[in-house]
Design a protein around this ligand. Sequence first.
Ligand code: FAD
Length: 413
Amino acid sequence: MGKILVIGGGAAGMMAAVFAARNGQKVCLFEKNEKLGKKLFITGKGRCNLTNACDMEELLDAVVTNRKFLYSSFYGFTNEETMEFFEELGLKMKTERGNRVFPVSDHSSDVIKVLQDELRKLNVKLCLKTEVARVEEKDGHFFGVQLKDGTTVQGDACIIATGGNSYQTTGSTGDGYRFARELGHTVTEIAPALVPLEIRERYGKDLQGLSLRNVEAAVLDGEKELYRDFGEMLFTHYGVSGPLILSASSYIGKRLRERPLKLVIDLKPALSFEQMDARILRDFEENKNRQFKNSLGKLFPSKLILVMISLSGICPDKKVNEISKEERQRFAALIKGFTMTITKTRDFNEAIITQGGVSVKEINPATMESKKVKGVYFAGEVLDLDAVTGGFNLQIAWSTGNAAGSCAADDEI
Ligand code: FAD
C-alpha cells in the first residue's frame, strides 16, 4: 500500500483523496484551515452550483482557458458521473435554469458534509490546521512535504490542490504556484477573472444599484470585438457587475491589462435601429407637448433617464415636438450603443476565479501528473484552467481531482 499526500481540502483535494483511497491507498490530506471546503461553502451564494447538466460539447465550450487539456479528464469523469457520485453519497440534487445543478437543500454545507463523511469512511487521515510549506523532490521523484512547523512527511505521491489566489480568506493564497515553481514548473501570469469591472465615466456613480435585464454587452479593443453576449448587468459605485459582466471579464482580462477597453451596451437588443427610432417616434408623438426630460418614462428605469438625457446632447427642457430627426436618431443610436470605458478589473478579493496558473503544457492531461517530477500531481484551480459561471469551475475541480486521485493511486499499487 502506497502513501498519497493531498495538499488542500477544497473541491479538488477532497475528490482526489476519495479516489486515491477508494483505489486502496493510504491517504493523508493537509488543510491549513480548521475545516474542509471553506470556499465550497460560499459557492453559488451558499447554495453551491456543483456542476452543469449540459451535454459534453457545452461543457467543453464553457471552458475559457485550455479547453483541449480537459478532454481527457472531463470524459474520464463527466458531469453525469459527478452527479451519480454525489447521489451515491446521499446528496439529493436539482437542476435549475441554465442546467445549473444545486443540492435540493440549497445548502453548500451538505456537499461538504457528504464528501467529509466519505473521507472519514475511507479512513483518509485529515490533518486540519496543517499548512504545507514546501514540496520536496529527489532526483526528479516526489520525496515528501515539509509542514510549516518544520516536520517532513514522506509519501509515494503528492497531489497539489491548493486552489487559486482569489477570496484569500478561504485559504486559497496561491501557495501551489510557489510549490510548482520550486519544482521547476512554469506558472503563467495570474489575474482575477469572473470579476466586476471598473469604468472611467462618472455616471457609474449615478447609476449605482441599477440592474438591467436582457441587455447586450460588447467589449471592444479599438475595432476588434473581444466579447459579445446577452444577459443581466448591474451598476456599482466603481463600475459594472452582474452575470454578463463577470463572464465578459474572463475574456478580456489580458487585453485590459494593456489598455482601457470600450464596453458598449445595447439597451434594447430586441429592436433594430429602425425599430428603435420608430419606437421613440411613437413615444414622442404621445408626449408631443411635454419636455424631453418628461417623455422617457416608458423607455428607461428612472435612474437611467437623467444619464441618457445628459449623454443625448438634447436640452432636457426642449419640447418633444421641437426635437429634430437627426437628434432623435442620435438618441436611438445612443440607446443601441450606450458606451463606457473599462479601465480595470476589481482585484482578487472580488474574483470568483483565478485565471492563469501552473502551465498545463507540463502536466499529463490524462493523469494530472507533472512531466517534470514523477509522483507529483496537480488538480483544480491551481492549474491554468478556468471556465464561465454555471457550475463549470467546480466540474474542473471534480474531474481533475478524480484523475489525479485515481492515477496517483494506480501508479503506487
Ligand atoms: P479551493 O476550493 O480554493 O481549495 C483549496 C484549498 O487548499 C483551500 O481549502 C486552502 O485552504 C487549501 N490550501 C491552500 N494552500 C495550502 C497549504 N499550503 N497547505 C494546506 N492547505 C492549503 N464554481 C462553481 O462551479 N460553481 C459555483 O457556484 C461557484 N461559486 C463561487 C462563488 C465564489 C464567491 C467563489 C470565490 C468561487 C466560486 N466558484 C464556483 C469557483 C469554485 O469555488 C472554485 O473553482 C473551486 O473551489 C476550486 O477548487 P479547488 O479545490 O481547486 O480550490
